[in-house]
Design a protein around this ligand. Structure first.
Ligand code: SF4
Length: 485
């Protein structure tokens, strides 16, 4: 994708996504399957809520003491033989990685899935410098081969089906087989295996850095991350500075939650805990390990009211449950971080001027906050964004004026009475005798944003207050009659 956020108008991106029936249907099915699997496994854990509480506590503790844990992690990783790099910005991270390639004189590498490298647009920048990264995760390889953007942070090719994948590899990689997943996987495995065997550099992400040991964890279902971190002589690990847990005991809690929340499984096929380069006598493992810790705005988030967002462990559960994601799909958001977590994180990374209306792509239903394994109050943070956007003047003038006028009316009894009295005949004029304002109201500016896909009932002539007063009067009369009798 090359950029963290596609700045086309949100409306255009959403309309494009909505008009793609195939993608839309694929996401609906995937959401249902993943959610059911997750729920079944969550139900097996009696004290699931205690786990969530504990995980949030661990993540909060790390964030409150981030300087301490970054230092401890770096010291222990260095003691294990890693070379540490600290990158304040995405550009710094890219420069650091390019320097490593320059020094090695290498022009290609194998890569396992990493959201941090997506965030900094690493692949495109490597290509610009003549370095060819090969994505080895099946889904990432599909996305890379198609030149497409991921639509989910855990299952990036969620919007492809087996026919689309078969056609893609036929067209671009000379695949001659059927749409059978096993056959396609076999083709991919053969293709990637030779890449692994010839690679001198492997780039991976890091699910969690363990401060007490200086280890980096890799969680995958295909074993490709393990190969990318053990076969090449040089491994480059790219991680966000916040992805640290204090110790192995805390890692245990996080893993319990991560895998269940992400893919609805008890455990993944591969879990690696890598501590430095291979030691003398060890058969597998790189000779050199570079760890690039990327800040890219995280310390600003840390110092803000949005700090809870840094607890995120990138499990994707919030998007799997989100009704908006279900309809507009990952691509509707235009960010490499879609869904509720993306709505919170993207504006923090790119700013409101670029993230435009993204915080409004949410119903504030709160389903995401209910499933988040580290208890991030996502819908609260989204609301905070909206408040900040209004405060900083990012809302259109018409909208601001309307809401300012609305606030005045609702906070003044006399104005409220007048508005509700004239409101009924006013809306009647707009609707004729239909009783509601429907999609035929496209000519009414501002209002049509709401009535485009929903009907808006007219205001009733008899106001609620009048009805209540009448009811109370009748009740009082009945009471009086009973007493008189
Ligand atoms: S915000 Fe919570 S649910 Fe969403 S990806 Fe992050 S940890 Fe998972």
């Amino acid at each position: 994708m090359g950029i963290l956020y596609d700045q086309a108008p949100l409306k255009d991106k959403v309309e494009r996504a909505l008009s793609d029936d195939f993608k839309h249907h694929a996401i609906e099915t995937a959401q249902d399957v993943i959610t059911q699997k997750r729920q079944a496994l969550v139900d097996q854990v009696e004290n699931w809520e205690d786990f969530r509480e504990k995980a949030a506590e661990i993540r909060n503790h790390v964030l409150e003491n981030l300087d301490y844990y970054v230092k401890q992690f770096a010291q222990n990783a260095e003691a294990a033989g890693c070379t540490m790099h600290y990158a304040p910005t995405a550009e710094d991270a890219i420069d650091t990685i390019l320097d490593i390639f320059d020094e090695l004189g290498e022009t290609s590498c194998v890569k396992s899935k990493s959201m941090m490298t997506e965030e900094i647009g690493l692949n495109e920048r490597l290509e610009e410098h003549g370095i060819h990264p090969i994505e080895t995760d099946c889904a990432e390889n599909i996305i890379q081969t198609a030149g497409d953007a991921p639509s989910h942070i855990v299952v990036p090719a969620l919007h492809f089906d087996r026919n689309a994948i078969r056609d893609l590899y036929r067209e671009r990689k000379g695949y001659t087989g059927t749409n059978d997943p096993e056959e396609i996987t076999h083709f991919l495995r053969t293709m990637l295996r030779s890449e692994f065997m010839n690679a001198h550099v492997g780039i991976t992400g890091c699910n969690f850095g363990v401060a007490e040991t200086g280890s980096c964890t890799l969680v995958s279902n295909e074993g490709n991350a393990r190969m990318a971190s053990t076969i090449p002589e040089t491994q480059i690990i790219v991680m966000g500075i916040e992805r640290i847990v204090p110790d192995l005991r805390s890692l245990d809690v996080m893993m319990e939650l991560l895998v269940r929340s992400a893919v609805g499984a008890k455990i993944t096929s591969s879990f690696s805990l890598n501590t430095g380069p291979a030691k003398p006598g060890e058969v597998d493992g790189p000779k050199t390990v570079h760890i690039v810790m990327v800040n890219n705005g995280r310390t600003n988030i840390l110092a803000s009211k949005y700090r809870p967002m840094l607890r995120c462990i990138r499990c994707g559960a919030c998007m799997n449950t989100c009704p908006v994601y279900r309809h507009i799909t990952g691509h509707g958001y235009g960010s490499i971080y879609p869904g509720p977590m993306g709505i919170v994180l993207t504006p923090l990374l790119v700013g409101y001027s670029k993230a435009e209306k993204l915080p409004y792509a949410c119903t504030l239903c709160g389903a995401c906050s209910d499933v988040c394994p580290v208890k991030i109050p996502l819908h609260d943070l989204i609301l905070k964004h909206r408040i900040d956007m209004v405060r900083l003047g990012y809302t259109p003038a018409v909208e601001s004026s309307l809401f300012t006028a609305g606030a005045k009316v609702f906070s003044n009894r006399l104005l409220y009475e007048i508005a509700t009295t004239v409101g009924a005949p006013g809306t009647q004029i707009l609707t004729g005798n239909s009783g509601h304002i429907d999609s035929g109201s496209v000519w009414i500016p501002v209002l049509n944003g709401w009535t485009y896909s929903r009907d808006l009932d007219v205001m009733k002539h008899k106001k609620f207050r009048t009805q209540l007063a009448e009811y109370q009067k009748q009740k009082q009369n009945r009471h009086q009659d009973q007493e008189d009798a």
